[in-house]
Write a protein that binds this ligand. Sequence first.
Ligand SMILES: [Zn+2]
Length: 70
Amino acid sequence: MLLHDGHRFVRERQKAATTNWKCALHSKMRCKGRAVTREVDGHHFVRITCRQHTHPPTGYEGIRSKNGEK
Ligand SMILES: [Zn+2]
């Protein structure tokens, strides 16, 4: 789970050091919020690729990733 500006993202796919994230409310709210993180030399860089959420940074209660990670 990725937290950014109060929005939560769930992991979508991972390729080498790059991870793609989508908003945890992607399917529930048809949200287009997206982020990409990259790990370089142990540092994580977050890039928001789509800031437009279809909802305020609330409504994530009860949303959990399937494997229980935070
Ligand atoms: Zn969203």
